[in-house]
Design a protein around this ligand. Sequence first.
Ligand SMILES: N[C@@H](CCC(=O)N[C@@H](CS)C(=O)NCC(=O)O)C(=O)O
Length: 196
Amino acid sequence: MLIFYHAPQSRSATTLWLLEELEVPYDMQIVDIRAEGGAPESYRAIQPHKKVPAIVHDGVTITERAAIAAYLADTYPKARLAPPVGDPRRGPYLSWLVYVDAVIDPCFVAKSQGWRYPSIGVSFGLFDDMVRHVENALTDYDYAAGDQFTAADVSLASAIHWGLNILPLLPERPVFRTYLDRVQARAGFQRFIAKS
Ligand SMILES: N[C@@H](CCC(=O)N[C@@H](CS)C(=O)NCC(=O)O)C(=O)O
């Protein structure tokens, strides 16, 4: 039994897309994070900061989007969205999965808030370094972890989409657009759009 806690047009959309790529059954619970005062206090028992996404799988609660993605992709290997232990793509895959939430997301927040900070001593580093890293990676390879679409691409493409089209604060790069076109042509993405 898989319960998915979601709020439309939020970071949990990434998890919704991943679930549609995996093609597994789930029970979606909408969390009203935009209510006055945020989500209900009772939801804190699932997510301590009252944020989405969260999942409960067979009675076990998993929070943090990157952890949820890694957990789901490993739990449902039939979809082949996680290179297995021993596969040389496993390292890059995990690095990108975490990089999206540990570096890209806070870089977006810092940029949108107009924060100024030194390059040394801030864990997520500088926005321009992040842009260069993502551009270089997508110039070298079709997908985050190389030649194969993985759960890391769901996260990376979601971040690029938000950065280019929603916020928007990511500079235009041809590889960002061709990458989005490539991953958004997938049937899993179309199923996700139909459920959004
Ligand atoms: N570190 C969390 C962040 C999730 C997050 O920021 N979720 C936002 C949605 S965009 C949220 O639930 N916000 C509601 C709130 O802050 O009360 C994760 O990666 O899962």
